[in-house]
Design a protein around this ligand. Structure first.
Ligand SMILES: [Zn+2]
Length: 285
């Protein structure tokens, strides 16, 4: 008796959804036009309504799971916190000036085709002098990849290594959480892999993670201020050849020094303000 009643209530609910899904309503108002955001798809067979899960339900669950993972990685890796100056930046913020265009295109392609690159574990290596925009570009990549529903972590190599050291001396913090997160995240971005400032232990620690990721087809984006020759000299040959084997030839981010440019703009602004101030002072005498 009670089952019958439940069934009847269910049938009424299904009927409404069926009418919505098979009616003439404007579907463009729904995020999922297959189920009109009901997360089930109702069919009518011999006057009886049956329902099955819409694929958007599964997609939502995956998305929620990825968001949780992302939070966990960010908690585990303190140095992954995005600095204020890079938050919310998009490719529109990276001016493709002379010497930077190729790198911008490579980064845009990387984001656009990440589904393919990710499956094969292909990353990207960006090289170039300080201030050319490697860090900005890689932060944009990271944030765009997260928007696509993946997890991504951006670490400054030196700070990350310091984090690992702190966890060795602090029993409250778990080194394995930190290292595991860096191994498992969908995209790991290592900023400033600047071997000049690294000791052997630091490089070894980083390459334990990089090697794990290469072997498990997990992509890594690497930034370095040294070019290929420099990396060849500073890192073990095996490391460099593995990186090239996985990321292809390093891509150069060249052109003007964006920090120097920023500095010039600040100087211009200040000079303009000061000359205005001078005029006002002269007027008042
Ligand atoms: Zn749906």
């Amino acid at each position: 008796m009670i089952f019958k009643r439940i069934d009847r209530v269910k049938q009424v609910g299904y009927k409404q959804i069926w009418e919505l899904q098979n009616g003439r309503v404007d579907k463009s108002q729904f995020v999922c036009q297959l189920c009109c955001d009901k997360e089930i798809i109702v069919s009518k067979v011999n006057g009886k309504f049956t329902a099955e899960d819409c694929k958007c339900r599964q997609e939502k669950e995956i998305k929620a799971k990825k968001e949780q993972e992302q939070k966990r990685y960010e908690q585990n890796i303190k140095s992954a916190e995005i600095r204020e100056e890079f938050k919310g930046k998009t490719f529109a913020d990276f001016k493709s000036l002379a010497g930077k265009r190729e790198a911008k295109l490579a980064a845009m392609d990387y984001v656009e085709n990440f589904d393919i690159y990710e499956k094969k574990g292909i990353g990207l290596t960006l090289v170039g002098k300080c201030g050319r925009g490697k860090t900005l570009l890689s932060h944009i990549i990271g944030q765009e990849i997260i928007k696509k529903g993946y997890t991504a972590i951006n670490i400054v190599a030196k700070e990350f290594y310091e984090d690992i050291k702190v966890t060795y001396n602090n029993s409250n913090k778990n080194t394995s959480d930190l290292v595991t997160s860096a191994k498992l995240v969908d995209l790991l971005i290592i900023d400033n892999l600047n071997a000049e400032r690294f000791g052997a232990d630091e490089i070894d620690k980083l390459f334990i993670i990089i090697n794990y990721r290469i072997e498990n087809k997990k992509p890594t984006v690497i930034n370095s201020t040294g070019d290929l020759d420099y990396l060849n000299k500073r890192l073990a040959l095996d490391h460099v050849s593995k990186l090239i084997g996985k990321n292809g030839e390093p891509i150069k981010v060249g052109g003007i020094d964006m920090r120097a440019k920023q500095g010039e703009l600040i100087t211009d602004l200040r000079n303009k303000n000061i000359s205005g101030l001078k005029r006002r002072l002269e007027d008042s005498y």
